[in-house]
Ligand binder design. Structure first.
Ligand code: C2E
Ligand code: MG
Ligand code: MG
Length: 636
């Protein structure tokens, strides 16, 4: 099959069912072959039977003719012999006729005066003067023909029966063959087609990609693109299985409609589609993939509005690889990058991604060892009140010191741990350690970061309940930090989980607000107590006056919604002054303190030792951050 076949019904708005690829594996050929083999056989049998019949009939006739000739000959000889004895046979007595009869072998021999009109089976009796004085007639005997005449009806009947049986057998065979062909078609459909949408599946896409690569012209590129839906869980929970099928059927129809002919669209997994594009240049490929991505991401109405935010990664031949495997692997890498950069993007493969990938592979391998060897630690970064700059809490931050690579930042390994399914273990470790440490620091709250993977896991609530009981820390002194990622991917589950967590008495903070899509509606819909404005805004303060205006607006809004607003990443005194004026409640950043080991925080709590500073000298001189008054108030 060529690509145009896969997309032949693309223009249709029908929920088009499967294009079928009969030719591809020769479905129906078995049926035709059997019939082709049997039909001439049946004809041959019938023809041979007829031929044998006709031949037998001819032989029988010939045998009878020669039998008759011999009898006539014998009669003639017998008459001559008899005439030699008694020349006047006119008054021959019946005994002489019986003698002739037995001598000639002719049955029913009679002597008559006139021959029956038109009779062939007669012989004249001539007297001494040469006159015909009578005629011998007899009953013609044709035994072979008679035998054939006797056999013929039986043979014809047998043949008719045989023929009827053959017809019935053929019909049954045909029905059976068509059943077999149907089953083969079904097997083929299941093997090469997605059951829900009728689109080609992964196997088919592989075939098409391989074929396209084999046929690629010098002035052509062949691209493999992978599209990940994102938000699949939301679809599941919101509309159930039947609705989900409707959504995917609609997505498939859109793709058939929007994507130009010659492009193969496949459904690879529940929430992943793939494209094989042949185009003259990269620009054209990107346009096609973006059309497909945008089509998938448009809102769909199934009882309610369902919307996903699809990302796409692509790799193309000859630039990124020559084989299907290479292109798929690299398109997958590009897709991972697209998802990491924030959803809704189309990303092309680039060689650095492979380096990142190898790095991630290394980290994943080492993570497993580090978990087994318990090589992780938790550091704490103080959080200060905006007004008096007293320490009111700490944020627990995971630390990993690798024996060879040294400190590996959480921004690198947390994502790998999430992908590798290791975040549950790491998250549980941080929660246990942070709450146990926090329990010893009565004046402070302890904030713990939760990964989206942990929030999705319903066991998180039990874990928190258990750790709260174990450590005996007051839940009011525990803040759980959640990033927007979890809300975008699956708001419904997130909402349920956050409410369950909050019922245990802990507080919830929306972390890194402003770094991603930042929908203000989350703040309204979800039970947050605290808003942590991303440090990106603070860094932007130095470059743009607008950043200040935006921060001001977010702070005002957050406070109006009754949230405590914290700004992260404050590094200079100028920033602190501006942000304090903006009206935020709490601050965190190197200006006040860098993350430090539990013992340092311990000493700080016990003896009021100065915080571990990280601010540039100028900022320190201006703001004298070393004079922070830890634990002045009785924050609880
Ligand atoms: P985050 O939760 O926003 O944590 C704040 C990050 O900003 C920390 O980086 C902190 O060291 C850094 N930071 C604080 N003040 C300043 C400043 O003034 N300037 C600059 N440039 N940076 C500042 P860190 O420890 O590298 O953590 C990075 C991210 O990794 C965290 O961002 C958090 O998303 C994640 N993370 C760290 N620990 C955990 C954990 O235990 N669990 C989970 N799920 N994620 C964690
Ligand atoms: Mg945080
Ligand atoms: Mg943050």
């Amino acid at each position: 099959m060529d690509l145009s076949e896969a997309t032949a019904n693309r223009g249709s708005t029908q929920p088009a069912r499967a294009p079928r690829w009969r030719g591809a594996i020769g479905i129906g050929r078995g049926e035709t072959a059997i019939l082709k083999m049997l039909s001439p056989l049946a004809i041959l049998v019938v023809a041979a039977t007829l031929l044998c019949g006709a031949f037998g009939f001819l032989l029988a006739r010939q045998a009878d003719d020669s039998f008759e000739r011999a009898n006539r000959q014998a009669l003639r000889g017998a008459i001559e012999a008899l005439q030699a004895l008694s020349p006047d046979l006119v008054n021959v007595d019946p005994n002489a006729v019986r003698i002739l009869e037995s001598a000639s072998g002719l049955k029913g021999l009679r002597l008559v005066e006139d021959p029956p009109p038109g009779a062939r089976d007669v012989h004249s009796l001539i007297d001494a003067k040469g006159r015909i004085v009578g005629w011998f007639t007899w009953e013609v005997e044709r035994p072979a023909t008679a035998m054939i005449a006797q056999i013929l009806p039986v043979a014809v009947l047998a043949m008719l029966l045989l023929f009827g049986f053959a017809v019935l057998a053929m019909r049954q065979l045909r029905r059976f063959a068509s059943l077999v062909a149907d089953s083969m078609r079904e097997v083929h459909r299941l093997a090469f087609e997605d059951a829900d949408t009728g689109l080609p599946n992964l196997h088919r896409m592989r075939e098409v990609a391989e074929q396209a690569l084999a046929e690629r012209q010098p002035n052509e590129v062949v691209a493999v693109a992978l599209i990940d839906l994102g938000g699949r869980d939301e679809i599941d929970e919101a509309i159930g299985e039947a609705g989900e099928r409707e959504v995917f059927t609609e997505i498939a129809n859109r793709l058939r409609r929007d994507v130009p002919a010659g492009v193969t669209i496949a459904r690879l997994r529940d929430d992943a589609f793939g494209l094989v594009v042949r185009a003259p240049d990269v620009g054209r490929v990107l346009a096609v993939v973006e059309v497909a991505r945008a089509g998938i991401s448009r809102a769909i109405w199934v009882d309610r509005v369902v919307q996903v935010n699809a990302s796409a990664g692509l790799a193309l031949a000859p630039r990124d690889g020559a084989t299907r495997e290479e292109l798929t692997r690299r398109a997958n890498l590009a897709l991972l990058v697209a998802k990491q950069r924030g959803r809704g993007l189309v990303v092309q493969f680039s060689p650095e991604m492979e380096g990142d990938f190898d790095d991630r592979r290394f980290i994943k391998r080492e993570l497993l060892r580090a978990i087994a060897a318990r090589s992780f630690d938790v550091h704490y970064q103080p959080i200060v009140s905006a007004d008096h700059r007293r320490v009111v809490g700490v944020e627990a931050l995971l630390r990993w010191h690798h024996p060879v690579r040294g400190a590996i930042p959480p921004s690198l390994f947390v994502r790998v741990a999430e992908e590798a399914g290791l975040m549950d273990q790491l998250g549980a470790f941080v929660l246990r350690r942070a709450l146990a440490d926090g329990a010893r620091w009565p004046g402070l709250y302890v904030a713990v970061n939760l990964s989206p993977v942990q929030v999705r896991d319903r066991r998180l609530v039990d874990l928190l309940r258990e750790v709260l009981a174990e450590t005996k820390i007051s839940p009011a002194r525990v803040v759980l930090e959640i990033t927007e990622g979890v809300l975008i991917d699956d708001p419904a589950t997130a909402k349920v989980r956050l409410e369950e967590l909050r019922r245990l008495g802990v507080r919830l903070a929306l972390d890194d607000f402003g770094s991603g899509y930042s929908s203000l509606s989350y703040l309204q819909r979800l039970p947050f107590d605290m808003l942590k404005i991303d440090r990106g805004f603070v860094a932007a303060l130095d470059q743009s006056a607008n950043a200040g205006v935006i921060i001001q607006a977010i702070v005002t809004l957050g406070r109006a919604l009754g949230l405590s607003v914290l700004i992260e990443g404050i590094e200079t005194e100028e920033q602190r002054v501006v942000l304090r004026l903006a009206g935020c409640n709490e601050m965190q950043g190197y200006l006040f303190a860098k993350p430090a080991a539990a013992e340092i925080i311990e000493r700080l709590v016990a003896n009021g030792e100065p915080l571990p500073l990280m601010a540039p000298p100028a900022a320190q001189a201006k703001g004298r951050p070393g004079r922070l008054e830890p634990f002045e108030g009785k924050a609880s």
